[in-house]
Design a protein around this ligand. Structure first.
Ligand SMILES: [Zn+2]
Length: 390
């Protein structure tokens, strides 16, 4: 008798019933009744389960479908002339929970994958497991595309796209005054967060132009009274506005900050404490930003790739990062995307979908719903595809 393994010869989970578990297994003791069975590692035909109990340490149970045999392994001391109670419990759990069963039952799996593939226009595809797999998360099993660039095109996703892509931004502001000392502006990362605040400091400059401590923070609204030129007043008012609105969506205010009429130096601090060694110089700039979308054939899909043109240079969106919701970062340059209608589109593609794969049967819908709607803003190149009904 194998000390750890019990093999159900010529059995698969899809054909086993709950009653079968009593035939091959043992009665579950009351101590195991409320144990939570969860996978430690889960893949098709191969799952390692943990038996989670607050009161005692229970062995893990591995279940594998190996060719036509179902193999269960448990490290407990019970002689495995039947399934031990841990194996029995795990087998009962798999049979009764579709979220686990689907990893062993090919028919169940294909049925669920086929359903999910509809949104991708791929339900009729022959070998769906070539394109889709399973993911167990938050106690549920999901069908996911193996290539994350593959996207669904259905009503749910196009309305999501549209809400993301064509949402308009709003905004504006005004203000005043100032005299110059060695003021600097710092994008300071907030503690334990991904967010940044833009703060105005007075700092000392050494003879060779280096910034040094102490740094004393200045309220931009007080600065307003030290300036007379309208663009300077506007600058400090804009700064005060941006400090209040953590969303970084006040285009007019950010535009004033980018103009930077006093030529103050901008820095970024990835640390929430300001110190000379934490400050990295950045340059804010205005540039005309164009979005380019290219559609290629990448059998069996259409591949949609995106890039931006900034001052006649083309950058793949995959290589750029959106900072503070409205800048594209290229090295130490922060290029402001001032076109409020363009911004969400660029942002979306940059953050989520620099490259997308779309199955041909869904492409027309995607083109009609998304690409055509954008085409007055965006340059779209269809390589290999004849555009119908021009
Ligand atoms: Zn056992």
């Amino acid at each position: 008798m194998h000390p750890q393994t019990y093999i159900l010869k010529n059995h698969e989970i899809g054909k086993l019933t709950y009653a079968d578990t009593f035939r091959y297994g043992v009665e579950i003791s009351s101590g195991l009744k409320n144990v939570d069975v969860q996978p430690l590692n889960i893949e098709i035909d191969n799952v390692l389960f943990a038996l989670n109990s607050q009161s005692k340490n229970l062995p893990d149970v591995a279940v594998s479908q190996i060719a036509s045999d179902l193999v269960l392994t448990c490290g407990c001391a019970a002689v495995k002339n039947t399934l031990c109670e841990h194996q029995t419990l795990v087998l009962q759990t798999i049979i009764s929970k579709p979220d686990f069963k689907i990893f062993f039952d090919k028919n169940l799996r294909l049925e669920k994958i086929k359903k999910a593939a509809e949104a991708y226009g791929m339900a009729e595809e022959e070998d769906l497991e070539k394109y889709f797999g399973l993911k167990y998360a938050d106690r549920q099993t999901y069908v996911v595309p193996l290539n994350p660039e593959l996207i669904p095109v259905d009503e749910k996703s196009t309305s999501f796209f549209k809400s993301k892509l064509f949402a308009k931004n709003i905004e504006s502001t005004e203000t005043e005054k100032n005299e110059t000392t060695q003021q600097i502006l710092v994008f300071r990362r907030n503690k334990f967060q991904e967010t940044y605040s833009l703060e105005l400091y007075e700092a000392t400059l050494t003879k060779n132009g280096k910034i040094k401590a102490p740094f004393s923070q200045i309220d931009p609204l007080n600065e307003v009274w030290n300036h007379e030129k309208p663009e300077e007043i506007r600058f400090f008012t804009a700064l005060a506005k941006v400090q209040k609105n953590t969303e970084w969506n006040d285009n007019q205010a950010i535009g004033s900050l980018v103009k930077n009429p006093l030529s103050l130096s901008y820095f970024i601090s990835e640390n929430d404490t300001i110190s000379a060694s934490n400050l990295i110089t950045v340059k804010l700039e205005n540039a005309s930003v164009g979005l380019n979308i290219k559609v290629n054939l990448k059998e069996p899909f259409y591949e949609v790739t995106t890039s931006v043109t900034i001052n006649e240079h083309i950058y793949s969106l995959q290589d750029l990062k959106i900072r503070f919701n409205c800048f594209l970062q290229i090295g130490d340059r922060f290029v402001f995307i001032s076109d409020a209608e363009m911004l969400p589109t660029v942002k979306y593609f940059s953050e989520k979908r620099a490259t997308m794969l779309i199955y041909p049967s869904k492409f027309e819908l995607f083109r009609k719903e998304i690409l055509d709607a954008m085409s007055d803003k965006v340059s779209i190149e269809y390589a290999f595809i004849k555009k119908k009904n021009e």
